[in-house]
Ligand binder design. Structure first.
Ligand SMILES: Cc1cc2nc3c(=O)[nH]c(=O)nc-3n(C[C@H](O)[C@H](O)[C@H](O)COP(=O)(O)OP(=O)(O)OC[C@H]3O[C@@H](n4cnc5c(N)ncnc54)[C@H](O)[C@@H]3O)c2cc1C
Length: 434
């Protein structure tokens, strides 16, 4: 691929090549912003699980010109408005609580994570990506004080004007945003068991709930299941959650060296969901022999700012959240879109990135992502029958009504316009482009 001619007098380094870092680097590169991407692993990679991409994330991907690449990898008809059905997990009648109403324009997709990542990698100019580059620290350039030097574990360095940390929940870049040793990392006291199961196998096992074309939530006390179809309905992504509500998020030590993902015996699952209805029993029998168990960690307490100096965070590095609205990656994708629009704006230059542009990014994106963070925690509480209303079908229906609306229907263009207006008001943008 050919590099577009650079339109900027500054260079950006993106640290971390997960979905958010990749999306951001591609969008910046396409917009003519000189950018390099540094990934710690030897190659791009995603786990074997599904990813729900909600309507807001679909729109952001479309605006970045990335949706077509994704739709090339799947049956494009899979992108559609979907209902979301809720079932009672402990009973044996499995009657739906309700089906969440969606508008026809609320198109979403369930996709295998590796397929999603591959689609992005396909459209990345490979010459901007560097592997085995684990960022360990960031310092000021000794010769050009306005520039930053990224230090990597292999002893090499890279100099850039702006560093964007997309290095996930355990972010090393976050150390340079928060003051002091506080990592803002907390265990959510929620674990998730994940598996991919062929739909035909589930049906054959006697699983009666139809999940072949829309997501389903099976609710129960302090536990729930989320199921959604991928691969055109041939495979079902299953996530079984189990949470503790007696310990608040943030209480307890976080051991970053411990395994946050481990393979466990299926017996652990049978024990966790003992006494649940026959559908859950059938489902558990179909789970892989050694399902993965995720100890879900989140960024908490929330960061006051996603930017400091010429460093900014996006994706899980900034706002890793509970996954109960299937919206964490979506928020990182929105970050990527917003950053690409602001950094490629004709009036953004090396003098105004630090004090103005990255600060505005943070001011506008932080409250939005934090709202989704809180919404995701709330959604989990409701699915787990710890919502504000009584733990009945009617209570859950009441607590969930309109919950997804603010997540799915956000005007990203208005955010960009607001940012530009604020930069004009502050004098950072003067109306004349470089
Ligand atoms: C059970 C579960 C289900 C979920 N389901 C959904 C869903 O359906 N929909 C949704 O939108 N979200 C979902 N999420 C959230 C979603 O997975 C994350 O929000 C998303 O993957 C974050 O992407 P990221 O690019 O910010 O970080 P990551 O995917 O963590 O990528 C970070 C990258 O940075 C690299 N890296 C790390 N450290 C360094 C370093 N020091 N230097 C250089 N590179 C580094 C890593 O190797 C990695 O490639 C779910 C999460 C969980 C736990």
């Amino acid at each position: 691929m050919v590099h577009p001619s650079p339109k900027k007098d500054f260079q950006v380094a993106v640290v971390g090549g997960g979905v958010c870092g990749l999306a951001c680097a591609i969008a910046l590169h396409r917009a003519g912003v000189p950018v390099r991407l540094f990934e710690a692993a030897a190659k791009f990679g995603e786990i074997g699980a599904g990813l729900g991409v909600g309507p807001n994330a679909v729109r952001a991907l479309d605006k970045m010109g990335l949706l077509d690449a994704i739709l090339k990898k799947v049956n494009p008809a899979e992108l559609k408005a979907r209902s979301f059905s809720f079932y009672e997990g402990l009973s044996d009648n499995h009657e739906a609580f309700f089906t969440y109403p969606t508008l026809p324009e609320d198109k979403a997709i369930g996709i295998h994570r590796a397929v999603f990542l591959d689609a992005l990698v396909d459209v990345l100019d490979s010459s901007i990506a560097y592997f085995n580059k684990r960022c360990t620290s960031i310092t000021e350039s000794p010769t050009k004080p306005q520039r930053l030097v990224i230090h990597f574990q292999d002893g090499t360095t890279h100099e850039a004007d702006v560093v964007l940390g997309a290095d996930g929940v355990k972010s090393s870049v976050r150390n340079f945003i928060v003051d002091g040793p506080d990592r803002r990392l907390a265990f959510s006291h929620t674990v998730a068991y994940r598996g991919l199961i062929p739909w035909s196998q589930l049906e054959a096992a006697g699983f009666k709930i139809d999940v072949s074309d829309h997501p389903v939530c099976i609710t129960g006390p302090s536990k729930h299941f989320i199921l959604f179809p991928i691969k055109d309905g041939a495979v079902i992504n299953v996530v079984a959650f189990s949470a503790r509500y007696d310990i608040p998020i943030g209480v307890g030590e976080v051991n970053e060296k411990a395994q946050w993902v481990e393979a466990v015996s299926k017996n652990v699952l049978f024990k966790e969901y003992e006494g649940w209805g026959p559908d859950v029993e059938a489902l558990l029998k179909c789970m892989p022999d050694k399902p993965g168990k995720w100890s879900i960690h989140v960024v908490h307490p929330p960061l006051e700012s996603y930017a400091k100096g010429r460093i900014a965070l996006l994706g899980d590095a900034a706002h890793a959240m509970l996954p109960h609205m299937g919206a964490g990656a979506g928020q990182g994708i929105e970050d990527a879109y917003f950053l690409s629009r602001l950094l490629s704006h004709p009036e953004t230059n090396t003098d105004n990135t630090e004090q103005a542009v990255l600060q505005v990014y943070s001011r506008i994106r932080q409250p939005r992502a934090q709202m989704v963070w809180e919404g995701s925690r709330y959604a989990g509480r409701v699915y787990d029958m710890h919502g504000p209303s009584e733990p009945t079908a009617e209570g859950i229906r009441k607590d969930l009504t309109d919950m997804y609306h603010p997540v799915w229907h956000h005007d990203m263009e208005a955010d960009v316009e607001r940012a530009v207006a604020s930069l004009r008001d502050s004098g950072a943008f003067t109306g004349s482009s470089q």
